[in-house]
Design a protein around this ligand. Sequence first.
Ligand code: HEM
Length: 504
Amino acid sequence: WQKIAPRKASDPPLVFHWLPIIGSAIWYGNDPINFFQTCQERYGNVFTFILLGRKVTVALSPKGSNFVLGGKSIAFNAEGAYTHLTTPVFGKDVVYDCPNEVFMQQKKFVKFGLTTENFRAYVGMIEDEVDEYMKKDPSFRTYQDNDINEWGSFDAIRGMAEITILTASRTLQGPEVREGLNKTFSQLYTDLDGGFTPLNFLFANLPLESYRKRDRAQKKMSDFYVDIITRRKQNPDGDHHYDMIASLLEQKYRNGEKLRDHEIAHIMIALLMAGQHTSSATLAWAMLHLASRPDVADALYDEQVKRFGNPDGSLRPMSYEDLRQLPVLDSVIRETLRVHPPIHSIMRQVREDVPVPATLAAPSKDGIYVVPKDTFVLASPLISQVDARIWKDGAQWQPSRWNDADGVAAQALHAYTDEAGEKVDYGFGAVSKGTDSPYQPFGAGKHRCIGEQFAYLQIGTIIATVIRRLELRLPNPVPEHNYHTLILMPKDPKSIHYRRRKFD
Ligand code: HEM
């Protein structure tokens, strides 16, 4: 790590710490939310802390998110914050390992592949995969025995992680990847995923076996995808019209050149990794909450019966259009992402001195604060998403806040006066997608997520398919956050009890 520059009068307040280089790493690493909230009370919305030799300036509140996510990418740079983590996993020449202007074109290519036509095809495929999984996985034995009286149990994280990768590979990734999951692809994925940890975020390379495994797996996985691409080029009429490889093969950069095979391969790896933990963590949290709130699970089931019920008690299959008109299902996903957004810290590298607006942090006696060049900035939308000044009972998981018949989101989001004394009114139920929104589970601005619609489709279809088949119960309280993974996961115990429904 670089030498920490001496403190200047214009630097934001520095979080007190005893250990010079380690700084606040242990507190931040063990419980970033408690760390941010405590520092917010002590220092205001903008403060700097030391993270293993790096200076990181945190900007909280919707205005803080706006400062970081709406900032110019020349000044606040994503590549500089992430490339050492992502390039060894995704591979060369994509995402943060290419000029930003090229990555922005790659993002657009992916968007082109996420069409309504493809989404229509995906719903049935996802339902099928969930069904097959529940028919085969040993945790669902009592379901398989058709036993409606006996309770069984499954692990929320393992179950949802497996269902997520099965459904993503069946749909976005394509048939060859789905088939590979039964063979060597699973192990490659596990090894590559071992390179996506907080340790890898802090140290790009260490002489450890997990780093060597990551590098070997990246090479093999890249070859695996290049091989698929080569075979598809030789036989363009195979059974893979709805997946992302098919779409990427059609795309051209602005200079007229097509994507090179290894670029398509590496974009596919990036999409696999970007969607896997985020979606499976959201699913695990949603299932845990539904199991602990049978009233909400019942409302979800009733919604299914009302919309898809046949006279004999069976339910007809869902379509993509149906999925978009299920307010209870929508509110369950929305609320889960509010309380448990998978990404709690969004970072950027600071490439030039950036003054902090006085409306975000009141100037000190020495004038306005300046975030210095060669440090990092961090936004944590999670803090605004549970802020009790913005959300009634902000820490509570309460999906009805999004579509309450009488209160209409009066409970969700209401007008409030922010720290600079400005009146902010988001209106009922309306949540802006802007960089200053208090609800940003998918980020905002230039680097905003492009997987949101796919994630809603995947998560929604999986939840609905499970709820159609099972009643859920949670024997323990909903677990706390585990912050030792890059993505917010539930701590143990996370076992969910289930019983087969009668009319399945
Ligand atoms: C960016 C969250 C699913 C692909 C982001 C960002 C967030 C996020 C917060 C912004 C990161 C930043 O500004 O540094 C989520 C959540 C998901 C999800 C909560 C699921 C619940 C997906 C899926 C895909 C995907 C399924 C792919 C199909 C991407 C890409 C970016 C991104 C390509 C852009 C990164 C950039 O421009 O720097 N996501 N994501 N995400 N996500 Fe997602």
